[in-house]
Ligand binder design. Sequence first.
Ligand code: PEP
Ligand code: MN
Length: 341
Amino acid sequence: MDIIVLKPDTPEQNIALILAKLESKGLKANVSHGTERTIIGVIGDTSKVTEEEEAAISAMTGVENVVRILKPYKLASRDFRKENSIIDVAGIPIGGKKIQVMAGPCAVENSKNLFDVAQQVKSAGAMFLRGGAYKPRTSPYSFQGLGEEGLRILADARAATGLPVVTEIMDPRDIEAIVKYADVIQIGARNMQNFRLLLEVGSTNKPVLLKRGLSATIKEWLMSAEYIMSRGNQQVMLCERGIRTFETATRNTLDLSAVPVLKQLTHLPIVVDPSHGVGKWDLVAPMAKAAVAAGADALMIEVHVNPAEALSDGEQSLRPDMFAQLMKELKPVAQAVGREI
Ligand code: PEP
Ligand code: MN
């Protein structure tokens, strides 16, 4: 028994009785009020619930039926929630008809560059500003990000432009600072299975952008989303950013088939990051268009005022004018698949 579907208009006191019953079995619950049905997601080791106990719960007032989910992820599963989840970030919905675009540099380098790029991506139609203050670099000698100073610059750029900010957390010790400054917390590919970090962001009420690990299967990725959701934070979006394959022509292989696969398996919004997917600026636009055609709910694109001088990922960053051109070219693609951008 993993999901309890309630009859419409079940009174709160009956729901409370069901929750108390679950608690007495050592289980926790997540109540989701959908448009048609209220559903209780049961959290914990449900395999220990006996058939008799399950029958007793089925008989409680307000219970329409109980469902066992065979998939190892539950709260993230489409079986748990049929409708697409829409995540509201500062009044901007992610997962609805409009495809939201998150744009900005790989790393926050200084306030002038960030303000410049923020203003330009905003006028091109981006709805979010991205930028890393803590950077997961392969080499310890490469630029590691400005840390908290970078977070403050991001917050200033948000104040100046109104664009909500997406930024990466690498260490649970930075959670307080990130929660204070960020609108969306990014978990990077390298930390997709950093379970302590997942639990930490799961305990906040900030939306989380969970990138796919470098070699993670879709199932492993959804299990990581489940870690976050099991702590009570349901505002998770999944970001495909390319996986490791034998191919060396591109930095990674952008797995766009993950988008329709995820649409079947989960109700969570899906973001595609073509920049890290391909690693080359001139391949970003075609893959961004393909991502929209495949059904992405949002795009994350690296843009830098002067890519040749960027401290990280310059080779895959678009100049603001190229980004503006791409935004125009994405419009008819979005329209063709019944979306807006
Ligand atoms: C980034 O967004 O700049 C980043 C480091 O991404 P990823 O974790 O996908 O490599
Ligand atoms: Mn980057």
